[in-house]
Design a protein around this ligand. Structure first.
Ligand SMILES: [Cu+2]
Length: 83
């Protein structure tokens, strides 16, 4: 029996890639520019495969094997708070 976790597997170019997901709850975003600033900041972190922000939910979904502390710092450096 395999344990369920937040990691997902999918195929990319024939290889099965194990994909980690991190969800960050972010305060201070008010418009599309904020959303883009956060996504850009997150995508710049090594290991991040993709980052997408849901403004309504105030959440960022990050995929890739990135260090959570680095993600939090990137968001804070962009001028927002991770809660
Ligand atoms: Cu804004």
């Amino acid at each position: 029996m395999q344990g369920e976790s937040e990691a997902k597997s999918f195929t990319r170019g024939g290889d099965v890639v194990s994909q980690e997901e991190t969800i960050l709850r972010i305060e201070g975003m008010s418009c599309g520019h904020c959303k883009m600033a956060v996504e850009k900041a997150l995508q710049a972190i090594p290991g991040v495969v993709s980052a997408s922000v849901d403004l309504a939910k105030k959440e960022a979904l990050v995929t890739g094997a990135a260090n959570r502390d680095a993600l939090v710092k990137a968001v804070e450096d962009a001028g927002f708070d991770v809660v």
